[in-house]
Design a protein around this ligand. Structure first.
Ligand SMILES: Cc1cc2nc3c(=O)[nH]c(=O)nc-3n(C[C@H](O)[C@H](O)[C@H](O)COP(=O)(O)OP(=O)(O)OC[C@H]3O[C@@H](n4cnc5c(N)ncnc54)[C@H](O)[C@@H]3O)c2cc1C
Length: 310
């Protein structure tokens, strides 16, 4: 257990303060002992993966931040297909490479997706029509009381950018994916597809100091029959490559991606995101909702439908 640990290098924006307590559990027992410590000391607990979808408050994060180090990967054949189990701290691209090198197909649709297995399971990571839930069979999860249970996909209550983990605190410890066995030709094709997806991503998206799409698309009930793509509205208001706040700027490549420059603060990112919300609201009467998660902020730092007029 470490105290006053800097989180700046552990998130993609490279901003934010320190964690009051910080630990990198490698085993279930390590995680249970960390959670017991937090309970005894009355500390709040938060989980951080690769920080590819997280903005850390400039004043840091009170309580304990868990940065799981379980990166184990294993494969088993089943009557349904190949079952790949991945530790929550494993980097998604490493899991995809491991799967493809063992002729286990499916996850290549997420090639180039930054972040860990835990982060992807949290948000039901998606790329075009593919969602992580399409491949997730079951998972081992640890309650913040320390009990380990195995749950199936339905337990997660997955939707677009949402899961049960958005309302209940659980540590995803490992995930089992059900993948399709490929022959030599199919595996070579899948490897080529992964390569092509990564190439496309690097052309269309910034590669560092961003969290990818900052706002999620509007749900049908929010859009009220209008276009659901939030980038559509952000493009229309003309923020791409121009709008900035301090050292945070809207990417030149994508109107829904924010980037930080050297010296940026998380307050710069928040200021820019709020300005983007105001512009979309003023012009289209819609309030963008962040996909990005906030760590250590005393309250939700952006506008909501209820606060944007204030
Ligand atoms: C350039 C770029 C492109 C991107 N493109 C896409 C894309 O195409 N599709 C997409 O869906 N996302 C995309 N993202 C967002 C990001 O890749 C995903 O959200 C990813 O799943 C985040 O993983 P992470 O480990 O970094 O999570 P973090 O940012 O560390 O955490 C995100 C959330 O997950 C929770 N969490 C993390 N690990 C666990 C765990 N073990 N147990 C419980 N909760 C956990 C955290 O508490 C937090 O609430 C992109 C990001 C970048 C930077």
């Amino acid at each position: 257990m470490l105290k006053d640990f800097p989180l700046r290098e552990l998130n993609w924006f490279k901003t934010g303060g320190n964690a009051e307590y910080f630990s990198e559990p490698q085993t279930v027992e390590d995680a249970q002992s960390d959670l017991a410590f937090a309970k005894k000391e009355g500390l709040s607990v938060n989980v951080l993966g690769e920080g590819a979808n997280t903005l850390v408050s400039d004043s840091g994060c009170k309580g304990l931040v868990l940065h799981p180090a379980n990166k184990e990967l294993s494969l088993n054949q089943s009557s349904e297909g190949i079952v790949l189990e991945a530790g929550c701290g494993a980097i998604m691209q490493d899991v995809i490479d491991y799967a493809l090198n063992n002729s286990a197909l499916g996850l290549e649709e997420f090639a180039g997706l930054p972040g860990t297995v835990g982060g992807a399971a949290f948000i039901n990571a998606h790329f075009f029509e593919f969602f992580l839930a399409d491949f997730l069979l079951s998972a081992k999860v640890i309650s913040f009381d320390g009990s380990l249970i195995e749950v199936d996909k339905d337990w997660f209550e997955y939707g677009y950018d949402v899961s049960r983990l958005h309302r209940e605190k659980w540590l995803v410890w490992s995930v089992k994916f059900l993948l399709k066995p490929g022959n030599e030709f199919e595996t070579a094709f899948a490897k080529g597809r992964a390569y092509e997806i990564i190439r496309q991503r690097s052309r269309r998206y910034p590669k560092e100091r961003t969290c990818g799409s900052f706002f999620r698309n509007f749900l049908p009930e929010e859009a009220g029959g209008k276009v659901p793509s939030v980038a559509y509205y952000l493009d229309k208001v003309g923020v791409k490559g121009t709008l900035s706040c301090g050292q945070a700027v809207v990417s030149r490549k994508h109107a829904n991606m924010l980037e930080t420059k050297e010296g940026a603060t998380s307050a710069d990112v928040v200021g820019l995101a709020r300005e983007m919300q105001k512009l979309v609201y003023k012009n289209f009467n819609l309030v963008p909702v962040p996909e990005c998660r906030f760590l250590g902020f005393p309250s939700f730092p952006l506008y909501t439908k209820d606060t944007i007029d204030g």
